[in-house]
Design a protein around this ligand. Structure first.
Ligand SMILES: [Zn+2]
Length: 233
């Protein structure tokens, strides 16, 4: 078997290994990424806080209405008790009762508004809670798929690494070093297949002599432009 074919096979395995490793890193990142969950939690907590405030406001206004009603009831009672005879005093009491009636009506409007507001904050909180549940369920599903993919990739990585070890056996130490240096300089791709008489990576055309050497499998031919080892399958 020619050295260029062995190097080409090694390159294929290394590219696969690179790809698998980069996907495995992506999976780890995705599994550790809890931004969506955190955001959903924050939104839910914020909505709960808003409900809490709206509830306090509603309770306060309810208490106010109740207090004023008691006050008015007391003033009505004295008004109709027959105990107060002084017309001026009776008139004052009458006026006070009327004023309280208007104030209570105003407070009741506020109470209604507070009730509507409270209800709407509760609806929003429910929506935030539903969203949180949905995000959690979605993550469980996504993570299960990622973990499945991860275990498959780990198996395939092991196999590729074993195959790589075997492939190295048939390559001279000198060419292994050359290959590794090229791989480092050429963003992971040291071997290019010849395509239509040119380098399959950069497109540089081969001289007829080079093409013949590549085909004859004697020694290595390098692309005159990108410097990669050439192989013709
Ligand atoms: Zn090239």
């Amino acid at each position: 078997m020619s050295e260029s074919l062995n190097l080409f096979r090694l390159q294929k395995l290394d590219s696969e290994i690179d790809q698998t490793r980069s996907r495995l890193e992506e999976i780890i990142r995705a599994l550790n990424d809890d931004r969506r969950l955190k955001l959903a939690h924050q939104q839910h907590e914020k909505a709960q806080e808003i409900v809490r405030k709206a509830r306090i406001k509603l309770k306060q206004i309810e208490h106010k209405v109740e207090t004023q009603r008691i006050k008015r009831k007391a003033s009505q009672t004295s008004l109709f008790s027959g105990k107060i005879k002084n017309p001026k005093e009776l008139q004052d009491l009458q006026m006070e009762s009327e004023a309280l009636k208007r104030y209570i009506a105003q407070l009741e409007d506020e109470q209604l508004e507070a009730m509507i507001d409270h209800e709407s904050t509760e609806e929003k909180c429910q929506a935030a809670e539903d969203n949180l549940k949905q995000v959690k369920a979605q993550l469980v599903q996504e993570n299960a798929a990622l973990i499945g993919e991860q275990s498959k990739l780990k198996v395939s990585l092991k196999r590729s690494l074993r195959e790589r070890e075997a492939a190295l056996q048939s390559i001279s130490h000198q060419n292994q070093t050359l290959y590794l240096q090229l791989r480092e300089r050429k963003r992971g791709v040291a071997v290019a297949s010849v395509s239509e008489g040119g380098c399959g990576i950069c497109g540089q055309a081969l001289t007829p002599a080079d093409l013949q050497t590549v085909r004859s499998s004697i020694g290595l031919v390098f692309c005159s432009s990108c410097g990669r080892i050439l192989y013709e399958g």
